[in-house]
Design a protein around this ligand. Structure first.
Ligand code: SF4
Length: 402
């Protein structure tokens, strides 16, 4: 993995986004912000699932007004997290009409494609930036190829370079629109460490191209996300592919996965996918990792499947308690392997691992702890004994929370 690209550090309501900090997970509510209780409940659920920042739609007067009440509910129930306002078309009007909302939001998200038509863009944008400066707030200039400036499209594609490669023009337009907006914000007096950029597209390879390019052109932290990724496994795989390639290149400071849900409701699945991406790239582990083999013709029974499930369930059932007792317990790696081919080797690489007997192997299961074989388990107590060994390992190896 390449070293993180050097960026400014941007403070978003106490959570720092930038290259010296861990990659932050964020998500978005899908409730109408007019509904205070439903929105506050979604924010809480997203935060509980691991979202460090949450964005909410601010699209009309009522939603702008409600931000204060939503923040109040969160504060009173001890949910202290940054809330980002997602604005399109009318940010300048809402932020100036609701100064308390402007003061209480932790970041404003703007899309340069719809801040205002070409003759209104400068004035509207300046009005927003003035409010951000007054309230000492950061902004995200978030371009999206679905809402690229009409002016740009007209100038470059319709009137001018129609014969040029359409995709390159769109990519270039997206990058230029966010960079130009960022420079304009700085010219208006917003500090460079108050700006985060994103350039979202819905194609994996194009997202990689766009971010690889913009990463060389500025020092602003980058918010990564494959927009409109779709639904189901395909959407998850596309998001994982896109974000992993970029993160592995050291590009990206905060991530969001956008999935079309199969029904309306809180989108904690998006947060889980973000966590899995960071965990599989070894950027951050959220809970013990279970390394298990897929099984094959050498597997003597489905016992390895049952044991893997049991270990995963044991982790899920105990993680909250372990976290209150042991520092760093989420970093443990546990191997559950199906036969002698890769079983002992993989188990030695893990903190604790078991190599179950494959077909024609003697019916015993060696257990390895920190690279050394410590015991051999047999019979119908393998599951319970292995879980006991995991518990003992955790209580001996991890420092107790004082
Ligand atoms: S460890 Fe053994 S059982 Fe598991 S996939 Fe490899 S060869 Fe098959």
């Amino acid at each position: 993995m390449k070293q993180r690209r050097d960026t400014y550090n941007v403070n978003v309501g106490g959570v720092i986004i930038g290259s010296t900090e861990p990659i932050r997970i964020q998500s978005m509510t899908n409730t109408p912000t007019e509904d205070i209780t439903a929105t506050a409940n979604q924010i809480k659920a997203l935060y509980d699932s691991g979202s460090e920042l949450v964005r909410v739609t601010v699209n009309n007067e009522k939603s702008a007004e409600n931000i204060i009440k939503i923040k109040d509910i969160l504060y009173k129930s001890n949910y202290i997290l940054p809330i980002i306002g997602d604005f399109h078309y009318n940010a300048h009007t809402l932020l100036s009409s609701y100064p308390e909302t402007a003061a209480i939001l932790d970041k404003y998200r703007l899309n340069p494609g719809n801040v205002g038509s070409s003759n209104k863009f400068n004035d509207n944008f300046a009005e927003i930036i003035e409010i951000a400066i007054k309230n000492d707030k950061p902004i995200r200039i978030g371009g999206n190829w679905g809402s690229l400036s009409k002016q740009y499209l007209e100038d470059t594609i319709i009137n001018g370079k129609k014969s040029d490669n359409y995709e390159s023009l769109i990519k270039e337009g997206l990058i230029q629109s966010v960079l130009k907006s960022a420079k304009y914000a700085e010219k208006l007096g917003l500090r460079s460490d108050k700006i985060i950029l994103s350039c979202k597209v819905s194609s994996v390879s194009q997202l990689v191209d766009v971010y690889s390019d913009i990463a060389t052109k500025c020092k602003y932290p980058l918010h990564l996300g494959l927009t409109e990724a779709g639904m189901g496994d395909n959407a998850v795989v596309s998001s994982v592919a896109a974000l992993s390639i970029l993160l592995n290149k050291g590009i990206g400071d905060t991530i969001r996965v956008s999935l079309t849900p199969d029904k309306m409701g809180v989108r904690t699945k998006e947060v889980e996918v973000c966590k899995d991406i960071l965990s599989s790239l070894n950027l951050k582990q959220f809970k013990p990792k279970v390394i298990s083999c897929p099984g094959c013709g050498r597997t003597s029974s489905n016992y390895f499947i049952e044991l893997t499930k049991d270990i995963n369930n044991h982790i899920d059932n105990n993680m909250i308690e372990w976290k209150t007792k042991y520092i760093g317990v989420e970093n443990i790696n546990i191997a559950v392997m199906g036969c002698i081919v890769n079983g002992p080797g993989e188990s030695r690489h893990a903190n604790i691992g078991i190599s179950l007997p494959g077909t024609n192997e003697s019916p015993s299961a060696p257990v390895f702890i920190d690279g050394k074989k410590v015991t051999t388990l047999k019979g119908d107590r393998i599951r319970d004994d292995f879980i006991r060994l995991i518990e003992e390992y955790i209580s001996k190896k991890y420092k107790k929370v004082s």
